[in-house]
Design a protein around this ligand. Structure first.
Ligand code: ATP
Length: 351
């Protein structure tokens, strides 16, 4: 198999490199993706059917090293199927997978010791404690450093319950034990299918912090989710899948900036002058907001809200309302075929 050449898809490809990136290090990594070897995970043309049902239709993923990558898609989009292929639980009908810079094929399941995964619901011996279960997993797998089990129990917040039988664990505790199990061999790449399932809000926050910490020490965390809000607070880079194909991939910051919107409410009589004052920002035609006011929309980064306000003020126009935010939710719905029924996430600045 030829080495997979990193590339970007969708708007990620169209964007200026400096416009991408959740942080400067992510930005640099993403901009550098034209040189091979910087991807922790890549797929090209991945296809998989279950009988006559096509689940993956030529999936191309490019996951840079050292980031949290949010693999986002609605129910039935093909996320779990992708995870099963990446972990060798299923074999693709066509296409290529590269894990940690090396082709991953049928004969390579042993290599999964470099890759931690939590794909199906984790299964444990119910009559053993959490610690004993991790011990059993460690004994069955590759080399596990001394003290690793206690370190992981601490990391996932199960230290206090480590001696309790797993049969008495809640769903969320089992999920956390599963994440500890996936981390046993200190993998460079971690694959987690919907890890927030079954976790309470505190558990979700704790898991998010754990995953962010792993990325901060250079691990790559590939997390699937059908929840846009979850991915928005967790991921550096996002890939959106719909009907078995990747529809958008890029850094979260770039996707958000791409979808930035500033809306201003002005006196209806001043709408035309306001439109002219915002000319360089390609405002949409003013729309009535009821009464004597009108809304103007400009598609710029939310951080440019003050500039919008200043331009209006310089033209002697004072906004009675100003909102800045992103249209990521409508974009997600539109990309995944759900229709743009939401107003997105808007933050009122002046009401
Ligand atoms: P969810 O968010 O609901 O878990 P998903 O994105 O993980 O969805 P998959 O489970 O990968 O999606 O399913 C992709 C498609 O493949 C769906 O149409 C699903 O019905 C189908 N599918 C998945 N597993 C099987 C199976 N074992 N047999 C037949 N069809 C399947």
């Amino acid at each position: 198999m030829n080495r997979i050449t990193p590339y970007m898809t969708g708007s990620a490809r169209r964007q200026k490199p400096e416009a991408r990136g959740a942080g400067s290090s992510t930005r640099a990594r993403y901009a550098g993706m034209t040189s091979p070897g910087t991807l922790a995970l890549a797929t090209r043309g991945l296809r998989k059917s279950y009988g006559s049902r096509l689940a993956l239709d030529g999936l191309d993923l490019s996951v840079p090293s050292g980031v949290v990558y949010g693999f986002l898609g609605p129910n039935g989009a093909g996320k779990t199927t992708t995870m099963r292929l990446l972990t060798g639980l299923l074999h693709p009908d066509a296409g290529e997978i590269e894990l940690l810079g090396q082709p991953f094929t049928r004969a390579d399941r042993r290599r999964l010791f470099d890759v931690g995964a939590l794909v199906e619901s984790p299964s444990f011996y119910p009559y053993l404690s959490g610690r004993a279960n991790l011990g059993a997993l460690a004994a069955a797998g590759g080399h596990v450093a001394k003290g690793r089990i206690d370190e992981l129990l601490e990391l996932v917040g199960l230290r206090e319950r480590a001696k309790d039988k797993v049969s008495g664990y809640s769903l969320g505790m089992k999920q956390r034990l599963g994440i500890a199990g996936a981390l046993l061999s200190d993998p460079k790449l971690l694959l987690l299918d919907e890890p927030a399932n079954g976790l309470d809000p505190a558990g979700i926050v704790a898991m998010r912090e754990t995953l962010r910490r792993l990325a901060a020490v250079g691990k790559t965390v590939f997390v699937s989710s059908h929840l846009l809000a979850e991915v928005q607070v967790l991921a550096d880079v996002v890939g959106i899948i719909a009907a078995g194909r990747l529809v958008r991939e890029g850094t979260l910051e770039a996707l958000l900036n791409d979808q930035g919107v500033v809306r201003v409410r002005v006196d209806r009589e001043q709408a035309e002058a306001a439109h002219a004052a915002l000319e360089g920002m390609s405002p949409e035609p003013a729309s009535a907001s009821g009464g004597d006011e009108a809304w103007l929309i400009v598609h710029v980064e939310p951080s440019r809200a003050a500039e919008v306000n200043r331009r209006l003020a310089e033209a002697g126009i004072y906004a009675s309302g100003l909102e800045a935010g992103t249209d990521l939710e409508p974009l997600f719905l539109e990309l995944t075929g759900g229709g743009a029924s939401s107003e997105g996430t808007m933050q009122g600045i002046v009401q």
